[in-house]
Design a protein around this ligand. Structure first.
Ligand code: SF4
Length: 69
C-alpha cells in the first residue's frame, strides 16, 4: 500500500502540518494510530540521530572540505 500525504513537502522531506521531519504515525500526524512495522517513536528517534550525524558530517566537511567521511 502507498500513501500520499497532502502535508508532505517532498522537496524538503518535511511535514508542513507539524513543521518537523515527516515520520508517518508520529504524534500529531494524520496517520497516528495506524499500524507500522516499526513503531513511530522508534523512527522519530532514528530520524533525530540521522539528522545529528548529518550535521556533524557537514561541520567536519566545512572544517576540512577535502575530508571524506
Ligand atoms: S508526518 Fe504525517 S502528517 Fe506529516 S507529512 Fe508525514 S505523513 Fe503527513
Amino acid at each position: 500500500m502507498s500513501y500520499s500525504c497532502p502535508h508532505f513537502d517532498i522537496a524538503r522531506d518535511y511535514c508542513l502540518r507539524l513543521k518537523t521531519d515527516c515520520v508517518p504515525g508520529r504524534p500529531g500526524c494524520v496517520l497516528t494510530g495506524s499500524q507500522f512495522a516499526v513503531p513511530a517513536k522508534e523512527r522519530v528517534q532514528q530520524t533525530k540521530e540521522e539528522k545529528k550525524e548529518r550535521k556533524a558530517r557537514e561541520l567536519l566537511n566545512q572544517d576540512n572540505p577535502r575530508a571524506e567521511i
